[in-house]
Design a binder for this molecule. Structure first.
Ligand SMILES: NC(=O)c1ccc[n+]([C@@H]2O[C@H](COP(=O)([O-])OP(=O)(O)OC[C@H]3O[C@@H](n4cnc5c(N)ncnc54)[C@H](OP(=O)(O)O)[C@@H]3O)[C@@H](O)[C@H]2O)c1
Length: 344
């Protein structure tokens, strides 16, 4: 199925080479005119409306992400738009004309482009009442928060510890926890984030740079019996968090924003206090939702929270592809300020 007005070429942001130096990686990005791909059997072609820059996009450019593409490659893993052409499969055809949000990991395509091709099964149909800017940031973080929160529920945790608490995954965990009266102990690294989270109703917000941080964290973690922590930072902060938690606690690592290995862990706590560390990966979590109806139900539940305004991705600004470096600089200078979006 095809929309007859598809042009032959599109603008796309191309990464020519991986570079550990984030500034050099960013500056190497080029906006080029490349052919618009044609969707095969179970694939769809999506006309992009917006695509965010996430920490995974940065790690990818540095060659430090688990997805490695053949270079040069189009950047961007997440985005939203409309399906304007499909392959022959029934699943693909069903999506024709639909608005979808996607997390794509294909070698040849990326969302920082006017169009991209992906598998029909990688598309999450979005409700017509969902704003497209919100849909652009829907496929990754809200599901990550949902999956993490599910672990806290299974652990029967009375309270949760979160670092990078001014980030979007953390924000969604805060919302899910609040709905069930679960306490959250938030860790940030800037004073202004304490104020922002307090204004949003968070009772416990600590600055990891405070002299007394570890004592305060330990005292509160024991007081509230916080036996689950979600770590997006790694490094020594992750170790300090686990050390501060009561016996039988679990630290779930889902990000490595400090780009440092986890350190400082009290060995005796692991041996004698039954503390443990595990990892969370959204792709693996999605695979545990073998039943497609269960995934659709979760998607529907989350979308309703967006439509009602209970959840919202904070977006600081939108940029054209030609301003990709400007946009990324803005995001890196203030990640807690919200996502930046690329729009065609
Ligand atoms: N495992 C998975 O499946 C999965 C899925 C989704 C996301 N993630 C990961 O989750 C993490 C958070 O993503 P997000 O989209 O929520 O981020 P985000 O909204 O872009 O915000 C990032 C947050 O992290 C803080 N931060 C950045 N570097 C830091 C550091 N070195 N130490 C302490 N805080 C730091 C930022 O604070 P400042 O404003 O102070 O910089 C900001 O509050 C990322 O690592 C991402 O890759 C993993």
């Amino acid at each position: 199925m095809t929309n007859k007005t598809i042009p032959p070429k599109m603008k796309a942001v191309i990464l020519p080479a991986y570079n550990q130096n984030v500034l050099r990686a960013m500056l190497s990005l080029k906006v080029e005119e490349i052919p618009i791909p044609i969707p095969q059997k179970d694939e769809v072609l999506i006309k992009i409306e917006a695509a965010p820059c996430n920490p995974s996009d940065i790690a990818f450019m540095q060659g430090g992400y688990n997805i490695v593409k053949t270079l040069p490659a189009v950047s961007g893993f997440e985005g939203a738009g409309t399906v304007i052409s499909t392959g022959d499969s029934v699943q693909a055809k069903k999506l024709f004309g639909k608005k979808v949000s996607c997390f794509i990991q294909e070698d040849s395509y990326g969302t920082w482009a006017e169009y991209f091709v992906t598998k029909a099964k990688s598309c999450i149909p979005v409700d017509e009442n969902m704003e497209m800017e919100q849909a652009a940031c829907f496929a990754i973080n809200p599901f990550t928060a949902y999956g993490l929160y599910e672990i806290a529920r299974k652990n029967i945790s009375h309270a949760i510890i979160l670092n990078a608490a001014g980030g979007q995954v953390a924000r969604f965990v805060q919302v899910l926890a609040k709905a069930k009266n679960i306490n959250v102990i938030n860790i940030v690294r800037k004073k202004e984030q304490i104020e922002e989270l307090t204004d949003l109703g968070e009772k416990y917000v600590f600055d990891s740079n405070d002299e007394d941080f570890e004592n305060k964290l330990k005292e509160t973690a024991h007081l509230l019996n916080a036996t689950t922590a979600f770590d997006a930072v790694s490094g020594e902060l992750a170790g300090k968090i686990l050390n501060s938690m009561p016996p039988k606690s679990e630290l779930i690592v889902y990000g490595g924003l400090s780009a440092k290995p986890i350190s400082e862990i009290e060995v005796l706590d692991i041996i004698f206090k039954n503390k443990k560390i595990s990892g969370f990966n959204l792709n693996e979590w999605i695979e545990t939702k073998i039943n497609i109806d269960e995934f659709s139900r979760i998607s529907e539940e989350l979308q309703q929270m967006f439509i009602k305004g209970e959840m919202k991705t904070k977006i600081q600004k939108s940029y054209k592809f030609d301003d990709v470096v400007k946009g990324m600089r803005q995001y890196l200078s203030n990640m807690s300020g919200g996502k930046i979006l690329f729009i065609p």
